[in-house]
Design a protein around this ligand. Structure first.
Ligand SMILES: *[C@@H]1O[C@H](CO)[C@@H](O)[C@H](O)[C@H]1NC(C)=O
Ligand SMILES: *[C@@H]1O[C@H](CO)[C@@H](O)[C@H](O)[C@H]1NC(C)=O
Ligand SMILES: *[C@@H]1O[C@H](CO)[C@@H](O)[C@H](O)[C@H]1NC(C)=O
Ligand SMILES: *[C@@H]1O[C@H](CO)[C@@H](O)[C@H](O)[C@H]1NC(C)=O
Ligand SMILES: *[C@@H]1O[C@H](CO)[C@@H](O)[C@H](O)[C@H]1NC(C)=O
Ligand SMILES: *[C@@H]1O[C@H](CO)[C@@H](O)[C@H](O)[C@H]1NC(C)=O
Ligand SMILES: [Zn+2]
Ligand SMILES: [Zn+2]
Length: 658
């Protein structure tokens, strides 16, 4: 029995790695006949998984690769988008990517069951770790997922934590594939369901939150910066179009043509921010008339997830927070932690995990850096789990969460969702209850938007329950992580708009963005957002100057161009307006991608528009009622554009006519 348990755990550890690495593959041909019917999709996925596993095990045992395995493998390898998993948010994956993820997850379970389970499981025994690594690398190469270097680095960095979690987890293999944010792959998981105790003084919301404060002379100005992703190794002229998840840093690639060379101020491709870009942005921000507070919504460390270390993360984080405190000497900065701050990236253990594997080293370091901006009481919760609360002025409270408790790439949530995710949300609830008693208005900062596919729906459900109970107290929510200038509306259980999550975009150009920052205008009685203004520069234009000129920052837009009612109810009405007028949605989309040339030249076709209207109305990824309603309005209004590929020119004309 103990032996079986042991093997089963090894099986799970492999799954976590291989499943995730393999997950970026794209399986077009197998999914032509995908329907909305989940059980049918699931069955098809399982059939393919079984076939692959059977052939692969035969290969492992005999060294002979059947024609069928070769065919399956090459189809997979040829179809996937090489770096998708590492460079694109799950929210942007299509059904076929999800299908692939569910399929490979199951295939890997099957393979590992056969190779590790039972007394004579060939891969079991003292050599298990080497075998696990070997298998991971083989699959990595077979599917051409990543360079051997990246796969190997990821395995080495993650193995100790994952191994421990597997040994001690309450999860079983089915639970793990079932936790993927894929409806047809999901199964009911009692051990992964939990709930916050929510005060029941008020019942469900019975009407939209509609109070609409006016702009005043005394409005506060809050700067929102997000996702700097500072890369100290950035080298202009180095290869920007590399195979790894992070480029523009390899000094060996010197002799390359100019079109694949990294730009002077940064690069649209998979490259993070050079120091000079960050300095230039801060310098520009300093020219703004008024900034009362700064929100930083996470992700300072670059995307080299296969080669981070505690030391290098600490150095990078120190450099940026030191810079913020020097450049904005008299302004308080309120930061939230991002998933990249941890080592291994994404993996955040709180006080309920063994100290040698917890993120305590990071929390201690952050407390050292943040203590000038925060009250002494914040130390306790920061050391526990990287979250805190502060009252910058009477009547106004900020709550900063570390919501990697919802991030599905944080392995610890597979260890015990209850112990990992519940304490912080319960604390959020209790803190809001105190705020209500003290008549305070609250802003919540959290790196990861709750509606994304990478945020665990159980967490998102509980988070939204809390928001519903305290919608009167919460004046605004501020996120980062997606690098897009977007937002989402939270709806109550009965469908009333109740809160808005704003997203600050990113300073890094990684994943095709013009660098941006944002200033919110906040009405000083309700602390609601009454407008915001976003600043960007055109990276193409800046890089054409070869460093001879500074980037030309400009005010991209004021949100009030769209509507002057920024209450949840006002935004709800505006969503209808966009669904009925696709031109407005196009304009919203072009700002969402910060007018970045590569995206404007492809444009947003109707499928893209449908996705975009949906994302605005989803605050837990398995609740789509409002999204579907908006999509059907859009579909009946979009016909003229449905067949027409939206070109960059037509977009620009929409912009200039507006
Ligand atoms: C790794 O696996 C391959 C076949 O999958 C095998 O040929 C090789 O000997 C293995 N290497 C190690 C170090 O076990
Ligand atoms: C941490 O400590 C546990 C025992 O408490 C041990 O099993 C584990 O291997 C250690 N992990 C690391 C990464 O050092
Ligand atoms: C660099 O590129 C030039 C022109 O393409 C070529 O002639 C030269 O051999 C290259 N040098 C190296 C070291 O590859
Ligand atoms: C950005 O600059 C490039 C080069 O000057 C230009 O071609 C492009 O139209 C600009 N993009 C926008 C959105 O203005
Ligand atoms: C932006 O353009 C790039 C390059 O064409 C593409 O890979 C990416 O998916 C686009 N992003 C969005 C949000 O459309
Ligand atoms: C959008 O479609 C609805 C029907 O769903 C229709 O009543 C409305 O007039 C349309 N709006 C526009 C601007 O075409
Ligand atoms: Zn980021
Ligand atoms: Zn992030």
């Amino acid at each position: 029995m103990a032996k079986q348990r042991e093997m089963f755990k090894k099986l799970l550890s492999l799954m976590l790695f291989v499943g995730v690495m393999v997950a970026s593959v794209n399986l077009q041909e197998f999914t032509e006949d995908l329907t909305e019917d989940d059980p049918i999709i699931y069955e098809r996925s399982s059939d393919i998984a079984n076939e692959f596993a059977k052939e692969y095990i035969y290969f492992l045992k005999t060294g002979h690769e059947s024609k069928s395995l070769k065919d399956l493998s090459s189809k997979l390898a040829n179809m996937h988008t090489l770096k998708k998993l590492f460079t694109t948010s799950i929210s942007d994956w299509e059904t076929k990517d999800q299908f692939f993820m569910c399929t490979t997850c199951q295939a890997v379970v099957n393979i590992v069951v056969h190779m590790f389970r039972g007394e004579d499981g060939e891969f079991n025994g003292p050599n298990a770790q080497n075998n696990a690594k070997n298998l991971t690398l083989e699959l990595c190469q077979r599917f051409q997922l990543q360079t051997g270097n990246v796969c190997s680095g990821l395995f080495d960095i993650n193995w100790p934590t994952v191994h421990y979690i597997i040994m001690n987890s309450k999860a079983d293999a089915r639970s793990i594939c079932g936790l993927l944010p894929i409806s047809f792959c999901a199964i009911k998981q009692e051990e992964f369901d939990w709930s916050v105790e929510v005060d029941s003084k008020t019942g469900p919301l019975t009407k939209p939150k509609a109070d609409k404060p006016q702009k005043t002379q005394n409005d506060l100005m809050i700067l929102h910066l997000s996702d700097i992703h500072y890369d100290p190794d950035y080298k202009e002229g180095s290869l920007a179009d590399c195979e790894e998840p992070l480029c523009c840093r390899n000094v060996d690639d010197r002799n390359i043509s100019i079109d694949v060379g990294a730009g002077f101020w940064g690069d649209y491709r998979d490259c993070d921010a050079p120091k000079r870009l960050i300095l230039n942005a801060f310098q520009h921000i300093r020219t703004q008339d008024q900034i009362d507070y700064i929100y930083y919504t996470g992700d300072i460390v670059p995307h080299n997830i296969w080669s981070t270390t505690e030391e290098s993360n600490k150095e990078i984080i120190t450099e940026i927070f030191d810079l913020l405190s020097k450049q904005f000497e008299n302004i308080k900065v309120y930061p939230a932690i991002g998933n990249h701050e941890a080592h291994p990236a994404n993996v955040f253990g709180n006080e309920n995990v063994p100290t040698n594997m917890s993120s305590r080293w990071l929390y201690e370091h952050l407390w050292d850096l943040w203590s000038d901006w925060l009250p002494a009481e914040a130390k306790e919760t920061i050391l526990k789990g990287g979250y805190y609360t502060v009252t910058p002025r009477p009547g106004f409270r900020i709550i900063s969460l570390s919501n990697m408790d919802c991030y599905i790439f944080n392995w610890w949530i597979y260890y015990n969702g209850n112990e990992i995710s519940l304490p912080q949300l319960q604390w959020l609830h209790d803190t809001l209850l105190d705020a209500e008693e003290n008549n305070e208005h609250v802003h919540i900062l959290a790196h990861i938007p709750s509606g994304g596919k990478d945020c665990w729906p159980v967490w998102a459900r509980e988070y939204n329950r809390i928001i519903e109970r305290f919608s009167d107290v919460i004046s605004g929510i501020f996120n980062g992580h997606t690098h897009k200038d977007e937002m989402l509306l939270h709806y109550s259980e009965l469908g009333h708009p109740m809160a808005i999550s704003w997203n600050g975009g990113s300073l890094t150009p990684y994943s095709y963005k013009n660098p941006n920052y944002r200033i919110y205008e906040i009405e000083p009685k309700t602390f609601q957002v009454v407008d915001h203004e976003t600043w960007i520069f055109n990276l193409t234009e800046a890089n054409e100057q070869n460093g001879l000129k500074s980037p030309r920052w400009f005010s991209e837009y004021h949100f009030s161009e769209f509507t002057d009612d920024l209450s949840p109810s006002g935004i709800d009405k505006w969503l209808n307006q966009m669904a009925e007028n696709p031109d407005i949605l196009q304009k919203f989309w072009s700002y969402k991608v910060t007018l970045a040339d590569p995206n404007l030249s492809t444009g947003c076709n109707n499928k893209c528009l449908l996705n975009n209207i949906c994302q605005l109305a989803v605050s837990a990824n398995n609740r789509k009622e409002r999204c579907e309603e908006l999509q059907s309005i859009l579909e009946s209004n979009v016909s003229y554009a449905l067949t027409q590929h939206v070109t960059r020119d037509s977009l620009l004309s929409v912009l200039s006519n507006a």
